[in-house]
Design a binder for this molecule. Structure first.
Ligand code: ADP
Ligand code: ADP
Length: 319
């Protein structure tokens, strides 16, 4: 009945330019063990290599416009067929239009798959100019820094410049993106609100909002809690499409604050049995075994809830 092992975890990180997709994506990658596929990074790479795709995309990208749906879809189609995506993948910056979402869903339907988790990083437009204009990136890894909010160690209170802005891990110089200007941002935000935001309606059953207008650490905690919530689905052997209202309620609760260590331990224990697909989940919970009884009690309560929901599903719909 349950087909968890057959599903890939197909997750989408959603949010306007500057919301924090690049900042938080790598942490989600570490936890899920699935790669982050940023169409922006792939296109920038194509531009740098001056490929046919790069030639077609360069000008429109610098102006903050959207590259054609067919070009982007072509890139994604090839990428998600690569072996490192066989447990799943995290989409960043794709889909950007309803047409792209339709094309993606049609492609996934060919293998009986669908998007199972969408996380929307919410930020008011008014704070994005400062974030975007202060952003410096490490090209090779995509790591994102900020002159004020996340300065690299090398800056050490000096004036930001190529000489003072270096990647913490490699020491290589950082760069500013040609489209990270106030003018291009206006256009990018228009495209986001007009063309990208409407996509969310399509995935509302599996979409979760995170307030990204708080410190990076707090955003990380909220994201972690959603990922822990995802493990509940696995633990309860509920289909990963998250259509289930019980799971949704629980996820929403979890977003309120960090989970207890007993709870996490319980999840890790069970998840490791069920979830081949989520490599990293057992790693999330490497705490010493303790409090066995509490964990078992918790697990029974959870299973009880699921059973009740299976008996009377209509009572919970819309609850
Ligand atoms: P995106 O990939 O969504 O366009 P980034 O992750 O690159 O956004 O973040 C944009 C800029 O804002 C970066 O310079 C980053 O360091 C900074 N930033 C990200 N999250 C926060 C936050 N919660 N508070 C302050 N600055 C942030
Ligand atoms: P940000 O991190 O600021 O949200 P990205 O790095 O995702 O921006 O994208 C940079 C640029 O690449 C976009 O402004 C757009 O020109 C192009 N691009 C990226 N992804 C897509 C897409 N899915 N469809 C169309 N254009 C895209």
């Amino acid at each position: 009945m349950y087909t968890i092992h057959d599903h890939r975890i197909i997750m989408m990180l959603f949010g306007p330019p500057g919301a924090g997709k690049g900042t938080h994506g790598p942490k989600v990658v570490d936890k899920l063990g699935t790669p982050q596929l940023s169409t922006g990074d792939m296109l920038r790479d194509a531009v740098a290599k001056d490929t046919e795709v790069g030639k077609a995309a360069k000008k429109i990208m610098n102006e903050g416009g959207l590259v054609s749906d067919d070009i982007v879809m072509g890139i994604i189609k090839d990428r998600i067929a690569e072996p490192d995506c066989n447990k799943g993948f995290i989409l960043d910056g794709f889909p950007r239009t309803v047409k792209q979402a339709e094309m993606l869903d049609a492609l996934l339907a060919e293998t009986d798959e669908k998007v199972n988790l969408v996380i929307e990083l919410q930020v008011p437009d008014s704070i994005l100019e400062e974030r975007i204009c202060g952003r410096w990136i490490h090209k090779a890894s995509g790591r994102s820094y900020h002159v004020k909010f996340n300065p690299p160690k090398s800056l050490a209170g000096r004036t930001p410049a190529a000489k003072t802005m270096k990647d913490d891990e490699t020491g290589e110089i950082l760069m500013q993106r040609p489209d990270d200007t106030a003018e291009a941002l206006v256009k990018r935000l228009q495209a986001y609100h007009n063309e990208t935001e409407p996509i969310l309606a399509r995935y509302k059953k599996c979409a979760y909002k995170v307030n990204a207008n708080q410190s990076m650490d707090k955003v990380s905690v909220d994201l972690d809690n959603i990922l822990y919530g995802l493990t509940i689905c696995v633990m309860e052997k509920v289909s990963l499409d998250l259509d289930n209202i019980f799971v949704r309620k629980d996820l929403n609760q979890n977003v309120q604050g960090p989970l207890s260590s007993a709870f996490m331990e319980c999840l890790g224990d069970v998840a490791s049995k069920f979830c081949k697909g989520i490599q990293a989940i057992p790693m999330l919970f490497q705490k010493p075994k303790s409090n066995r009884q509490k964990i078992d009690e918790y697990r029974n309560t959870m299973l009880d809830k699921v059973r009740k929901q299976e008996e009377q599903p209509e009572k919970l719909v819309g609850a």
